[in-house]
Design a protein around this ligand. Structure first.
Ligand SMILES: NC(=O)c1ccc[n+]([C@@H]2O[C@H](COP(=O)([O-])OP(=O)(O)OC[C@H]3O[C@@H](n4cnc5c(N)ncnc54)[C@H](O)[C@@H]3O)[C@@H](O)[C@H]2O)c1
Length: 271
């Protein structure tokens, strides 16, 4: 028996990366899944997952298209149990280089897209008195990071909207939670496709000392989609290898043995 047997789900941004891994894990656990994405590759990703996967071309900022997808899934399956608002975009620019147009572009996908998704599925879930909405925020929705003004702002907004939705929809049997990944080896985080061992080097100062695999993040979404998480409402699940827990001070007690020193050095060591 699968943990998501007979559940009907929508996963946005599912052509590749974490979204594709989430869709795959959902199907392995017995769900029927609509994979949506702006990329045409979503068709091939869904086709590879078999008959319980359907692809939809979809820009999450497009409210009307949301209505079509929800209507198609409810029309075919009679219900809708899970929404994963996963689609997202990233931009590396410091505060002074970020234009208002840059900020609006990020907010349009990461925030308005998530907002549209919650609003599109909630009426059907309210009719059922049951549903799970999982918003993919980020470790950058829990703490700040340089070069990410627009992205961090958008992911804090996703985290905040999740709390409000959890309050407003909770009494209708709808659970709304946020996931906070960090350092997951996907095309977004590793666009040049660096080998895993090389990509891992960027994470040596954190507890896991390596990047995460999309499948490791996807398992958290399975939990929140399943009835195992029936008492989780407005919660924040970090899947970041300890990135937001803190970092090692190398050389002090408790840091791991045999790790390379950090790339920076205090001023006196540079002399
Ligand atoms: N990879 C990480 O380490 C990491 C860390 C924290 C949070 N996240 C978040 O996880 C989610 C998935 O990221 P990923 O790493 O798999 O990235 P990715 O770029 O590999 O995948 C994102 C997918 O979203 C799709 N997408 C982008 N804009 C869209 C739109 N307007 N409408 C529909 N689909 C759209 C893309 O085409 C792509 O298929 C994102 O929300 C991202 O911000 C990722």
């Amino acid at each position: 028996m699968g943990r998501l047997d007979s559940k009907i789900a929508i996963v946005t941004g599912a052509a590749r990366g974490m979204g594709a891994a989430i869709a795959k894990r959902f199907i392995e656990e017995g769900a029927t899944v609509a994979l949506t994405d702006v990329l045409p590759e979503v068709e091939a990703t869904a086709a590879a997952l078999g008959p319980r996967a359907t692809a939809f071309r979809h820009d999450v900022a497009d409210e009307a298209r949301w209505q079509e997808i929800v209507a198609a899934m409810v029309g075919k399956h009679g219900r809708l149990d899970v929404l994963v608002n996963n689609a997202g975009i990233l931009m590396f620019k410091d505060l002074l280089s970020t234009s208002a147009a840059d900020l609006r572009r990020i907010l349009e996908v990461n925030v308005v897209g998530t907002f549209n998704g919650m609003r599109a599925v909630a009426p059907q879930m309210m009719k059922q008195c049951k549903g799970s909405i999982i918003n993919n925020s980020s470790a950058d929705g829990l703490s700040g990071a340089n070069a990410l003004t627009a992205y961090v702002g958008s992911k804090f907004a996703v985290r905040g909207m999740t709390k409000v939705a959890a309050l407003e929809l909770g009494s209708h049997g709808i659970r709304v939670n946020s996931v906070h990944p960090g350092g997951i080896n996907t095309p977004m985080a590793n666009p040049m496709g660096a080998p895993a061992a090389q990509f891992d080097m960027a994470f040596k100062q954190f507890a896991a000392q390596r990047a995460g695999r999309p499948e490791e993040a996807a398992d958290c979404f399975v939990f929140l989609a399943s009835d195992e998480s029936s008492y989780c409402m407005g919660s924040e699940l970090a899947v970041d290898g300890g990135l937001t827990a803190g970092h090692f001070y190398y050389g002090l007690p408790g840091s791991p043995p045999g790790v390379s020193p950090p790339r920076w050095a205090p001023p006196e060591a540079k002399k």
